[in-house]
Ligand binder design. Structure first.
Ligand SMILES: [Fe+2]
Length: 319
């Protein structure tokens, strides 16, 4: 985030801040959005997103939430946090994936209190664990991310790491957090990811990192990143890749079996999104996601600041 935008946000005029930030950021980026979308102008394009969808009556094996592009301390970040709390009170989730740009503008851990601990105080006080990945902003003034890795509330065992949830091995989900920054130790990390996924016995494998492989937002798709990661995801049947970086929401139809979701509406100023032929649903709004994991499916929900679900999908196992 630009310093000027942060100042405007801190002084309580995030809307103006967003506009100025948008002008500056736009001029710096080559990618031009095809069109600006709003939820109203952008109806679901997937049959999986129909409002007739009903939740199964049985409890999921695991439920979790996800956010990204959060750490600005804006009213929008608080609005998303408040919607998360409301959702939690109806359907508790024990942990949250946080896919980077955890602290703007430079990742400074000295700002963790106002930009992380305070916005999510209600969730943290309920012992909800946050598992973070490093965004581009998180490596600037943080000893290349080390300060965030060492910050206990981000629960990062390293700059890339995995953890498993679920009550039994047969009903487990393994999560893989990766560092998608250009200066990441790519050779090591890709070898680790390939090996870790190969050794995983979990029926569900979910990867999260900051940068999208595919996106119709301002930053757009990243062919270099896709060339590195997509073959590994396909080879090991990764069901879901969750990211942020483009500030808005976009879900793709499964690409070689993997569902890709940009979930960057956590509080930083929104970007305009276009759409691609592989876009299943896109809407640039402040939001977070929940995931209900069952033996045979994962139900994904994108939830707006009013607590309403604006996109749902069912991810099934890859054959
Ligand atoms: Fe980012």
């Amino acid at each position: 985030m630009k310093r000027r935008q942060l100042l405007l946000t801190l002084f309580g005029v995030p809307v103006v801040g967003s506009l100025i930030y948008g002008l500056f950021a736009k001029s710096k980026n080559q990618y031009e959005p095809v069109l600006a979308n709003s939820p109203a102008s952008n109806p679901p394009t997937s049959t999986e997103s129909q409002p007739t969808f009903t939740d199964p009556s049985e409890e999921p094996l695991v439920r979790f939430a996800a956010i990204a592009d959060t750490g600005v301390g804006s009213k929008d970040q608080y609005a998303v946090a408040n919607a998360m709390l409301q959702t939690y009170q109806q359907k508790p989730f024990p942990f949250v994936l946080m896919a980077g740009d955890n602290i703007y503008p430079y990742g400074e851990i000295s700002l963790a209190k106002p930009l992380f601990e305070e916005p999510y105080a209600q969730l943290l006080s309920r012992d909800i664990k946050f598992y973070a990945a490093l965004g581009n902003h998180d490596i600037i003034k943080t000893n290349n991310g080390l300060d965030q890795i060492n910050y206990p509330l981000f629960n990062m065992s390293d700059r890339y790491y995995s953890f498993t949830k679920g009550n039994t091995a047969e009903e487990s989900i393994e999560f893989f957090a990766i560092d998608t920054n250009e200066n990441a130790p790519w050779l090591e990390q890709l070898a680790w990811l390939d090996r870790q996924l190969a050794n995983s016995t979990a029926p569900w494998k979910i990867v999260f990192g900051h940068h999208p492989l595919y996106s119709s937002g301002r930053h757009g798709s990243n062919p270099k990143l896709a060339a590195k990661l997509a073959p590994i995801f396909a080879k090991h049947k990764v069901s879901l890749y969750l990211c942020g970086h483009d500030h808005g929401y976009e879900r793709f139809v499964p690409i070689n079996g993997t569902t890709y979701i940009v979930n960057g509406g956590g509080g930083a100023p929104l970007y305009s999104f276009g759409k691609s032929p592989q876009t299943a649903f896109v809407s640039s709004q402040f939001s977070f996601m929940t995931f209900d994991v069952y033996q045979d499916k994962i139900i994904t929900k994108a939830i707006a600041t009013d607590g309403k679900v604006f996109d749902r999908a069912i991810i099934t196992k890859i054959n």
